[in-house]
Design a protein around this ligand. Structure first.
Ligand SMILES: [Zn+2]
Length: 487
């Protein structure tokens, strides 16, 4: 049995000012795919483990992924899907394909780009060929993808720490399908809700009990998989919103019935989906008044993993205004990092930092300080953290000490956008989080896996930006205006 494996992943933010181009993608070609992923916690690592466990030959194609930002250019999407189809055609006889797609990829000419990718594969291989797809929990699943895929499996955790298990599950389903042991049939239900990112944490209600119901259903006879995607509210696409996908063994009515049952459970919790989150001034005040440190502020509006720029200054401005001490803020600012590099360690520098990408992320700020460290920006994460990655690179990075008396603030200026998925983003530049008072993690739920172990407390902050918690329906062109929150 020969199963091809590929990954093509991007979470595309319709409100970002930065389109995602071919140059933004990191590509791991066929001959590097296994070495790159096998020691990670990603779904491709799960596919690799699944090949061993279910005794099939894995045919690596390639993987392509980019840090979330705006929709893909036509050229980026066509080039990478073209590469995928060419690779499949050149792979020789295949019994199936395992495909790791995000589920919230938008291309400038396809709002549901992942569905288009699966449509092209289905058109090429015909109706009976097994194509098993894995998606991120933030997928916006359209009906056509569920129709075209043999089975769809979605992460069950946020922060995402179960990707490897989902990859393994997908590998098991495809192997059993090829052997004729199971016949996957799927149902999709989309409750008419906007499941706000604030409520995406799978460890607390309202999502926690819903996910427990999905996990329980998966144990039932006749059910091969049960997934809940919370959706991704920053992609303005027709099927933006949560999805429930049940895959049963040959029994379409069972899949449909159970998907509808879970859909009703979700709908019944709609009143809980309201948000009341402090803004920057109140959150900084709360953090400063805390009895235990460090406190981590989750900067929702500048959620790098959700496609924001990583250079928002709203929280930094509040630290300076309120005279906070012992804070750590990471900003994507290659220009300022270079200036520190030229000045050298120990030098006093006057910098203009942050908010250089667009006008959504606050004012560029003037700061004075001393260059404390310089670093090449590479770090490694060996623990199970959101996204399952291991090797990271934030580019040339400078740490600047800000402030006179008392505990200094530390400004981390990096050259490549890097979402705060690993605490080693800070430790690699010599910052000991436990000795600081207030940390800023530019994200919503994902940073929790890395920051909860080192924080006395986390505070969610309603900051403006490309990933602001609340958006009005008027800002959307394609999303369904019938969603409950907008009525
Ligand atoms: Zn996600």
């Amino acid at each position: 049995m020969r199963i091809a494996v590929a990954g093509f992943s991007h979470e595309s933010n319709s409100f970002s000012s930065q389109p995602t181009t071919l140059a933004d993608f990191g590509v791991h070609p066929a001959d590097q795919l296994i070495a790159h992923y096998q020691d990670t916690f990603s779904e491709i690592a799960g596919y690799i483990a699944g090949a061993q466990e279910h005794n099939f030959e894995l045919v690596p194609l390639f993987s392509a992924g980019a840090t979330p930002a705006g929709p893909l250019t036509r050229q980026a999407y066509e080039e990478l899907t073209g590469r995928l189809l060419t690779g499949l055609q050149a792979a020789g006889p295949l019994d199936g394909v395992l495909l790791a797609l995000h589920g919230a990829m938008v291309a400038e000419h396809f709002p549901h780009a992942d569905a288009e990718t699966v449509r092209r594969l289905r058109a090429h291989f015909g109706p009976a060929f097994p194509i098993v797809v894995t998606h991120d929990y933030h997928a916006n699943v359209p009906p056509s993808l569920v129709e075209d895929a043999t089975a769809l499996i979605i992460y069950k955790t946020n922060p995402h720490i179960d990707q490897r298990e989902r990859g393994l599950q997908a590998a098991g389903i495809i192997a059993r399908t090829v052997r004729g042991e199971v016949r996957p049939v799927s149902a999709l239900v989309k409750p008419e809700l906007l499941f706000n990112i604030y409520h995406h944490n799978t460890s607390r209600p309202p999502m926690q009990p819903l996910m427990q119901a999905a996990i329980a259903l998966e144990q039932q006879p006749g059910i091969l998989a049960c997934s809940i995607a919370a959706g991704y509210q920053y992609a303005d696409v027709p099927y933006m919103g949560p999805s429930i996908v049940v895959v049963a063994d040959g029994d379409q009515a069972l899949a449909q019935r159970e998907a509808e049952r879970l859909g009703e459970l979700m709908w019944a919790r709609r009143e809980e989906l309201k948000t009341a989150v402090p803004g920057p001034a109140a959150a900084v005040q709360l953090a400063m008044g805390s009895e235990q440190f460090p406190v981590t502020l989750l900067d929702f509006g500048d959620n790098i993993g959700g496609g924001s720029t990583g250079d928002s200054t709203f929280l930094l401005a509040e630290f300076l205004r309120q005279g906070a001490q012992g804070w750590v803020v990471t900003l994507w600012d290659p220009e300022a990092a270079q200036q520190c590099n030229r000045a050298g360690i120990g030098a006093q520098v006057a910098l203009q930092v942050g908010a250089k990408t667009d006008n959504l992320h606050g004012p560029t700020l003037s700061v004075y300080g001393r260059v404390r460290t310089l670093h090449d920006g590479t770090y490694e994460e060996r623990e199970r953290r959101h996204g399952g990655g291991r090797h990271f690179n934030q580019g040339l990075t400078a740490v600047v000490e800000i402030g006179g008396e008392g505990r200094k603030g530390l400004l981390v200026l990096n050259s490549q956008r890097a979402a705060p998925m690993s605490i080693h983003q800070l430790t690699c530049v010599g910052i000991q989080p436990q000795h600081q008072r207030i940390l800023v993690a530019k994200g919503a739920v994902a940073p929790r896996a890395a920051y909860e172990p080192v924080s006395a407390r986390l505070i969610e902050v309603d900051t403006p930006g490309a990933t602001a918690i609340g958006r009005t329906p008027a800002e959307y062109k394609l999303a369904r205006k019938t969603l409950y929150e907008w009525q």
